[in-house]
Write a protein that binds this ligand. Structure first.
Ligand code: ZN
Length: 314
């Protein structure tokens, strides 16, 4: 029996799985918005404890706990740095050792997107493939690459498909560069564009829907609802995102020639199959070898995918 934690900027999702990775129990906490690393760790511990108690066990009974974390990860030391969407995470923090002390079992920490991609490869949409490109479409656009059955980390920075250039001298990306895929497809970049257009007098229901749902950001559900309501700005910005994703994915395929592309992340999961088909269609014209395209599939593990994928670290 193993534990997994998907640590995000808004939620902490814990899961307990058996030896065949079936989910036995799960628990979710909101990520604290104040405090610092020890407060985040306390909520992580609590979420695992709640999940483990549902199966009548203690955290010390677990064979180990894996964590998918944002930021720059030193897997060897269990240290997380630059996790800017976590509160007070200004300095590198030894998350793994802190969790081990409180959980009474070994803890392994990995990058959140890579962990989710590994999960889809081993247990989800990528099962049976030997090579895979994961595209995690959310606030940013993250990615992960698996070649001949093994994660390809490069020198530590591989898989950053969000920063593949889809337009030279194009839109400003949150990373500071121009023309990246994320500058068109990332939710943060799309929200900036929407706010800019609204300021210039363009009509949209996006922000009314956001307020109606008590949100301050254009989260995935807000985009989905605006698309359902056929809001012109939402449709145009998502169309632009789909084109950028298709272009970027095709460029990566031309280099890597992987068997399978899995589209996940907050927006990818929320918009699901119809939009995955549209990304596939947008990819086709840019493929150099177009008569045997890769399978393009939505992520299959759903909301628990990150936590279940994290259990593979132990
Ligand atoms: Zn960028």
């Amino acid at each position: 029996m193993k534990g997994g934690i998907d640590l995000g900027g808004t939620k902490i999702q814990a899961a307990v799985v058996d030896d065949s990775h079936e989910v036995l129990a799960q628990a979710r906490h909101a990520t604290p918005v104040r405090g610092g690393p020890p407060d985040v760790v306390a909520h992580m511990v609590e979420a695992v404890r709640e999940a483990v108690e549902q199966v009548g066990a203690k955290t010390g009974d677990l064979d180990g706990v894996g964590v998918g974390s944002p930021g720059a990860i030193d897997a060897e030391a269990g240290v997380v740095a630059e996790a800017r969407n976590l509160p007070g995470w200004d300095e590198p923090f030894a998350m793994g050792p802190a969790l081990e002390k409180k959980l009474g079992t070994k803890v392994r920490v990995g990058n959140d997107v890579q962990v989710a991609v590994d999960g889809e490869f081993a247990l989800g949409a990528g099962r049976g493939s030997s090579s895979l490109l994961g595209v995690w479409w959310g606030t940013g656009v993250g990615g992960g690459v698996i070649l001949e059955g093994n994660p390809w980390l490069g020198r530590g920075a591989a898989g950053e498909i969000g920063h593949v250039v889809v337009k030279q001298g194009g839109a400003r990306c949150p990373c500071g560069r121009r023309g990246c895929m994320e500058a068109y497809a990332g939710r943060a970049a799309m929200e900036m564009r929407a706010r800019h257009l609204k300021k210039k007098g363009h009509q949209t229901k996006l922000f009314k829907i956001m307020e109606k749902h008590g949100r301050t950001r254009l989260q995935s559900g807000i985009w989905a609802r605006a698309l359902q309501a056929k809001d012109g700005m939402a449709v145009a910005l998502i169309d632009r995102a789909v084109e950028a994703l298709g272009t970027g994915v095709a460029s990566a395929i031309n280099v890597l020639d992987v068997e399978t592309v899995v589209i996940g992340g907050g927006l990818g999961t929320r918009l699901g199959e119809p939009y995955v088909r549209r990304i596939e269609a947008a990819m086709m014209p840019h493929l150099f070898v177009s008569d045997r395209p890769p399978a393009v599939l939505p992520a299959a593990l759903g909301d628990l995918g990150g936590a279940v994928g994290a259990t593979l670290l132990v």
